[in-house]
Design a protein around this ligand. Structure first.
Ligand code: RB5
Length: 149
């Protein structure tokens, strides 16, 4: 799988740890910023990664801010993105199995590094269960497709 990762300044310590971990799981991952030492507004990086995933450059994305909340809200404004803020393992697994989340958002000020790695692994390895869950996701995309640009 080819992933994009992005964060605001709240996520720059956790991000390299997650990058190395994702590589150790056998995936490709590209850092879209923010660079270490720079301050950033979380919507800028949430939208940047979300657009890169939505336009097919990457299969999935990972976003990190202080809580995971702001950056997930921003990412979910991009058409076709289902970004789940999951700061524990059960939600991360369900985010893929039920919601087919194509972006995972983490809160660097909420989770420790080992828990963050477990969350990432559960989400990457889980499989979308389709069926009734697909019907529900389609309700969301139908709504998105009806909206005026
Ligand atoms: C930045 O201080 C902080 O607000 C941000 O990282 C994030 O937690 C927002 O949701």
């Amino acid at each position: 799988m080819k992933l994009a990762i992005g964060s605001d300044h709240g996520g720059t310590e956790l991000k390299p740890i997650i990058i190395e971990y994702v590589k150790s799981l056998g995936h490709e991952i590209v850092d879209l910023g923010v660079p270490v030492g720079e301050k950033a507004d979380y919507p800028d990086y949430g939208i940047k990664v979300a657009e890169a995933v939505a336009n097919g450059e990457y299969d999935s994305g990972i976003l990190i801010c202080g809580t995971g909340i702001g950056i997930s809200i921003a990412a979910n404004k991009v058409k076709g993105i289902r970004c789940a803020c999951a700061n524990e393992v059960f939600s991360a697994k369900m985010a893929k199995e039920h919601n087919n989340a194509n972006i995972l958002a983490l809160g660097a000020r909420v989770v420790g590094t080992e828990v963050a790695k477990m969350i990432v692994k559960e989400w990457i390895n889980a499989e979308f269960q389709g069926d009734r869950h697909l019907k529900r996701i389609n309700i969301i995309s139908d709504y998105e497709n009806k909206k005026k640009a």
